[in-house]
Write a protein that binds this ligand. Structure first.
Ligand SMILES: Cc1cc2nc3c(=O)[nH]c(=O)nc-3n(C[C@H](O)[C@H](O)[C@H](O)COP(=O)(O)OP(=O)(O)OC[C@H]3O[C@@H](n4cnc5c(N)ncnc54)[C@H](O)[C@@H]3O)c2cc1C
Length: 438
C-alpha cells in the first residue's frame, strides 16, 4: 500500500488531524491499535445516566474547535451549560465548601484568603518578571504569595493536571499567565491591558463527547485500520515503511504520530528521542460516577463542583456536579456526580481495590454535602496512565522533538504530551500542523 500520509492513533488528535487533512489530500490512512476511536474521550450511557470516563467538557476557545464544529455540522447539536447554574465553584475552608471568589467584591470579602494575602496579591505589580522558567509553585508564590498558591491555585490546577505544582512547568501549564508576565512585567497589569474578549464556552454533545469522535469515525470509516499494531517504522529514500501486524508493509511519504509517549518510544527511529519519550511520566486517575435520586438530596447542590488541596486530607481530587453542568446527563429525577481520585498526590489510591476507594469517598462526600441516602448508580473507571506530566523536563523533550522533526520533516509528532493537554489544544494543534506542513 502506498500512501501520502499515515496518522497513528484515532483519539481526538488523530481524528481532528484527519478532518483538517481531508481538505487537502485524500490518500491517507489512520492506524489505531484498539478496536475503537476516541482514546481518552470515553462516554457511555446506562440506566438513564450519561457518564464521561475522560473529558467532561470541551472549551470552544480557538479557531480549530470552531472549524471542526462547522465541518461536522454540529452547531445545532452542541449543548452549553446553564451559565448561572455553574457559575459557582467551591474549595474547602476548614473542612466546609467555600465559594471561590469570582468578582472584585467577592475577592475582598472572601474569608478564604487572609487580609495579608489580599494585599500581597496586589503587590504583584511590583514583582520583576521571571528571567527563566520555574515551577508553578515558585512562580505563583513569588508573584502572588504562598497563601494564594496553596489555597486557590493548587486545587484549581489539580482539577486540570492532577499533578503537583512543585514539579509543573509554569511556562507550559500557565501559558497565558506566563506570557502576560513576560510581556507586561505583571500579570495583573497584563490582564487590565488585555482587550476583553467574550468568555469562551464549554460544551458537550447529547450522548457525551464520544459523539464527536463517533461522527469523525463515520466520516473516515473507510480510512481507519482498527486492531492494528505497528511493530517497526523504517526510513526509506522517499518516506517510511511501517510494518503492521508483524508482516504487512505500508509505505507512506508522511507520518503523523498522535500516540502517547510510551507507545511512540518503541517506534521512533531515533535513540535520543526514544529515551526521552520513554522517561515521560503519566498520572493515574480513578473516575467514579455516583447517581442519586434527586429527592433524596436534602441540601441543594450548587455550582460546577468542588476541588481539594492536600491539606484537606480528602481521598478525592475533585467532584464535578455533572447534573448542574449538563442537566440531561441524569434526566429529571436523578443527580449525577463525577469524582476524580488519585493524581500525583495520591498515586497509591489508584492501585487499591475500587470497592475500597468507593467506600472511602462515599463517606467523605456524604458528610461534606450532607447526603444521607445511598446512590442508586455507581460506576468506576481506572486510567493507569491518564494525564501526561508537564514538568520542567518538558523543555528538553520539546527541543528534541523539534530537532527530530527538522531532521525528519515528514515525521510529525503530535499528541497531548507537549503542546497542551486539553481537547481544544489537541484540536488546535491538529489544525496548525496541517496548515503548516501540508
Ligand atoms: C480523566 C481525564 C479527564 C479529562 N478531562 C478533560 C476535560 O474535561 N477537558 C479537556 O479538554 N481535556 C480533558 N482531559 C484531557 C484530554 O481528554 C486528553 O488530553 C485528550 O483527549 C488526548 O487526546 P489524544 O488524541 O491526544 O490522545 P489519546 O486520547 O490518548 O489517543 C491516542 C490514541 O492512540 C491509540 N494508540 C496508542 N498506541 C498506539 C499504537 N502503537 N498504534 C496505534 N494506535 C495507538 C490509542 O488507542 C488512542 O486511541 C482529561 C483527561 C483525563 C485522563
Amino acid at each position: 500500500m502506498n500512501l501520502n500520509t499515515v496518522i497513528i492513533g484515532a483519539g481526538i488528535s488523530g481524528l481532528s488531524t484527519a478532518n483538517f487533512l481531508s481538505k487537502k489530500i485524500t490518500n491517507f490512512l489512520i492506524i489505531e491499535s484498539s478496536d475503537k476511536v476516541g482514546g481518552i474521550i470515553d462516554s457511555f450511557e446506562s440506566e438513564g445516566y450519561t457518564c464521561e470516563n475522560g473529558p467532561n467538557t470541551v472549551l470552544n476557545n480557538n479557531m480549530g474547535v470552531q472549524e471542526l464544529i462547522d465541518d461536522l455540522n454540529l452547531s445545532e447539536e452542541i449543548i452549553y451549560p446553564d451559565e448561572q447554574g455553574v457559575k459557582n465553584r467551591y474549595v474547602l475552608l476548614n473542612g466546609k465548601p467555600a465559594k471561590i471568589p469570582l468578582t472584585f467584591y467577592d475577592f475582598f470579602s472572601t474569608s478564604l484568603l487572609s487580609f495579608f494575602s489580599k494585599v500581597r496579591i496586589l503587590l504583584e505589580v511590583f514583582i520583576p518578571r521571571h528571567k527563566e522558567n520555574t515551577n508553578v509553585k515558585s512562580f505563583i508564590s513569588r508573584r502572588f504569595g504562598s497563601e494564594f498558591h496553596d489555597k486557590l491555585i493548587v486545587p484549581f490546577l489539580t482539577g486540570i493536571y492532577a499533578d503537583d505544582t512543585k514539579f509543573m512547568s509554569a511556562k507550559h501549564t500557565l501559558k497565558n499567565i506566563w506570557e502576560l508576565e513576560q510581556k507586561y512585567g505583571s500579570v495583573i497589569i497584563g490582564m487590565i491591558k488585555m482587550k476583553r474578549k467574550s468568555k469562551p464556552k464549554i460544551f458537550t454533545l447529547l450522548g457525551g463527547l464520544s459523539k464527536l469522535t463517533d461522527i469523525l469515525k463515520q466520516k473516515f470509516d473507510d480510512k481507519i485500520l482498527f486492531n492494528t499494531s505497528i511493530s517497526k517504522i523504517e526510513k526509506t529514500s522517499d518516506g517510511f515503511n511501517l510494518i503492521i501486524n508483524k508482516e504487512e508493509k505500508i509505505s507512506c511519504k508522511n507520518i503523523i504520530s498522535t500516540i502517547p509517549t510510551y507507545s511512540l518510544s518503541s517506534l521512533i527511529p531515533d535513540n535520543k528521542l526514544k529515551h526521552l519519550l520513554a522517561k515521560k511520566d503519566y498520572i493515574p486517575i480513578d473516575v467514579f460516577h455516583f447517581g442519586y435520586d434527586k429527592k433524596s438530596l436534602k441540601n441543594k447542590i450548587d455550582g460546577f463542583g468542588l476541588l481539594t488541596k492536600p491539606q484537606d486530607n480528602k481521598s478525592f481530587l475533585g467532584i464535578l456536579y455533572s447534573s448542574n453542568i449538563f442537566k440531561h446527563v441524569s434526566g429529571e429525577t436523578n443527580f449525577l456526580f463525577t469524582i476524580l481520585v488519585g493524581g500525583k498526590r495520591q498515586r497509591n489510591l489508584c492501585k487499591k481495590n475500587p470497592k475500597e476507594i468507593e467506600n472511602i469517598i462515599l463517606k467523605e462526600i456524604n458528610s461534606l454535602l450532607k447526603i444521607n441516602s445511598k446512590p442508586n448508580y455507581i460506576k468506576h473507571y481506572r486510567w493507569k496512565r491518564g494525564i501526561p506530566t508537564y514538568d520542567l523536563s518538558i523543555s528538553d523533550l520539546i527541543i528534541e522533538i523539534v530537532r527530530f522533526e527538522d531532521e525528519n520533516p515528514n515525521f510529525n509528532i503530535h499528541g497531548n504530551f507537549h503542546k497542551g493537554v486539553s481537547v481544544s489544544d489537541c484540536i488546535l494543534n491538529s489544525k496548525n500542523l496541517v496548515e503548516n506542513k501540508f
